[in-house]
Write a protein that binds this ligand. Structure first.
Ligand SMILES: Cc1cc2nc3c(=O)[nH]c(=O)nc-3n(C[C@H](O)[C@H](O)[C@H](O)COP(=O)(O)OP(=O)(O)OC[C@H]3O[C@@H](n4cnc5c(N)ncnc54)[C@H](O)[C@@H]3O)c2cc1C
Length: 365
């Protein structure tokens, strides 16, 4: 059999892309060298916000805003299809960092985004300074549930899933992808190849002598189980945040560590995160620590993902480099690439995200 598409990398980006393509009627196989959804996507907090929109690449912000519009139906359709509720909830987000609050306030006023200030008296159990602001329209989703729903949806859509599948060879002839050969000697042929290998994209692209300059940035999160949680909003303080879940769990994140491909947790970061959390919400001292994990974000210099054809190849595409926003941007990135593959006009010109056009970007990361 020759598939229409093979997708390599089964994180949120690979699975959402495979699903979008399959729903349009093409045959798809997706493969990962381990279990699907086991890397950055599972580690993520699931905040659906740009976090620092004033400091972000404007194309990336546009992608994020489109994703926010797509999210409710994305989750609803997955729920109806799979019976798995990914817990999309409008938590709202309180910013308690002074500089961050002021910049967000200016940006929100300019862009007519609803925000509420003078909120400290409403949250007596959290240390909220006077200059804090609340963005009431921010959603969160629960990444492990979303990944489970996507996995089930791919099965329902008859996408062929190859987990724990290592590639031993990629056959390219006259700049055209032909097939991948797996370690067990099985060959998978396809008309097109899509690379969604997140932080490992440059390592993978070495196989076809291409670089995209995506590098891993580690983030760690700890998780406590509360019995009587009174925190119902996401609390953001610079890089640190609290994310309250429906079942009383509270995620305490996160870090930005440039440590290469080392994906372990460290005691020093655990203590740093807990110390910060206890300073904001002292009642958390009494709660039980139930988890601590790390993930490698796919960071890219110019601050926007790379989506589209890989130059010099006729049928090899990439969708990677979503850094801190892969959960948020997944549905919009998948739609943009799939519209392009199916020759349909999309909500933004894909040329803004292709590798070929990267040199023109001057905005900050
Ligand atoms: C601590 C933390 C918190 C975060 N919080 C948020 C948040 O609140 N909101 C948000 O939007 N984003 C958040 N992110 C970012 C988000 O998690 C990432 O942007 C997103 O998960 C990237 O998805 P991906 O599919 O590209 O990568 P991944 O999920 O890492 O998937 C890549 C996949 O490729 C596979 N792979 C790699 N190499 C090969 C190979 N050679 N062959 C086969 N398979 C291969 C890997 O096994 C993996 O399954 C967070 C990240 C971290 C670490």
């Amino acid at each position: 059999m020759k598939y229409d598409y093979i997708v390599i990398g089964g994180g949120i980006i690979g699975m959402t892309t495979a699903r979008e393509i399959a729903t349009r009627g093409a045959s798809v196989a997706i493969l990962d060298r381990q279990k699907f959804g086991n890397e950055a996507s599972r580690a993520a907090g699931g905040i659906l916000s740009s976090m620092r929109p004033w400091n972000e690449n404007s194309d990336s912000t546009f992608l994020s805003e489109k994703a926010k519009i797509l999210y409710p139906n994305f989750i609803l359709n997955l729920h109806e299809e799979t019976d798995i509720d990914a817990e999309l909830i409008k938590s709202g987000l309180i910013i308690i960092n002074k500089e961050h609050s002021e910049k967000t306030k200016k940006w929100s006023n300019k862009n007519k985004i609803t925000l509420i200030d003078k909120i400290n008296k409403n949250y007596p159990e959290i240390n909220i300074p006077d200059y804090s602001i609340l963005l009431p329209e921010i959603y969160q989703v629960r990444p492990p549930l979303l990944l489970n729903a996507l996995y089930k949806s791919l099965k329902i859509l008859s996408v062929d899933l190859f987990e724990n599948s290592r590639i031993s060879h990629i056959e390219v002839k006259n700049n055209k992808f032909e097939y991948v050969k797996l370690n067990n000697d099985k060959k998978l042929h396809a008309h097109n190849l899509i690379i969604t290998t997140g932080a490992w994209s440059d390592l993978f692209l070495k196989n076809i002598n291409t670089t995209v300059n995506i590098k891993p940035i580690r983030g760690q999160i700890v998780c406590v189980q509360t019995n009587n949680n009174t925190i119902d909003k996401i609390i953001l303080d610079g890089r640190h945040y609290l994310i309250p879940r429906l079942d009383g769990q509270i995620l305490i994140g996160s870090t930005m560590e440039d440590v290469g491909f080392i994906n372990n947790t460290t005691e020093i970061v655990k203590q740093e995160l807990l110390d910060w959390a206890y300073s904001v919400a002292p009642q958390l001292v009494d709660e039980k620590l139930i988890g601590h994990w790390a993930g490698l974000r796919p960071a890219i210099d110019d601050g926007k993902p790379v989506i589209g054809i890989i130059p010099n190849f006729k049928n090899i595409y990439i969708n990677a480099g979503h850094f801190r926003k892969g959960i948020l941007q997944a549905p919009a990135s998948a739609k943009l690439l799939t519209d392009h593959l199916f020759k349909k006009a999309s909500f933004i010109d894909i040329a803004k995200f292709t590798l070929e056009n990267r040199k023109n970007i001057t905005e900050p990361a």
